[in-house]
Design a protein around this ligand. Sequence first.
Ligand code: ZN
Length: 296
Amino acid sequence: MGIITREEWGSTGRRGGSPLKGPLAPVVIHTWAMAATGRTPMTQAKAASWMQSVQAGHRNARRFADIGYNFCVDPHGRIFEGRGWLRSGAHTIELNRAGHGLALMGHGDQQAATPAQWDALRNLILTGQAAGAISEDYTVTGHRDWPSSKGKTCPGNMIYPHIHKLDAGTTFMTAAGEKHYPTTAGDRDLVRGDTGPGVRVLQWVLNTHYSSDLAPDGDFGPLTEAAVRAAQNNAGLIVTGTWGHYAALDTWASLDDALTAATTSIDEAATAVNDAKADIASARARISAINQAQAG
Ligand SMILES: [Zn+2]
């Protein structure tokens, strides 16, 4: 399966994000033009120009380091490289550094995804697994499953009910189109003693955003509870030792802007450090070439 690279679609500027170490379990499905017209690009050239304009919008209006998604898929199933497998995105606060954001071009409240788009997403996930970026037991969620989506419908009412098509065997789906959160146990927050994929995602979130060092085993044991308490304490929340949107929704919303700003500056700093390292390496190579020339 061919992926249209950043160079091929005319990306400008640096690749954003900090290093992302796989394999990661969460995959988040987005649709990217929720506020725009329902028209979708039909030619590769048109889709490429959409990539360019979304990249510019994310950089300038949203102050991201780069286009926010890891990959984007047009209605013909063409896959465009965003930040790629190895760089954190800017698409879902809770998962930017713990999962991959895959975006469907189109308006998910007005248009269903095309069969070509579903096939491309399936192939993309398989490719991610082969690359060691996505874990065998990955979990598909929609952007709206995450409290930081703040009530957005993304990936849209026409797409969200069908994302289970991409499942590896686990799912957080409830009734079609119904909003729910994977970090809850349905009608209550997660508590010690709970097990399952929702707990595993919670553990990823604790590890990536609260410096916890939990084995993502899906078992809400004493270590996970201690990590939840520490995270709540650090964030200035009421310390309950339980976790879910019932407790977290308001807090996520209020932390949203701060987290976005912090993540963006960390990403920019990481990119600058990498660039500096490359400059130092090339300067060293030049010095040693000069030394050799003088010695000769
Ligand atoms: Zn989204």
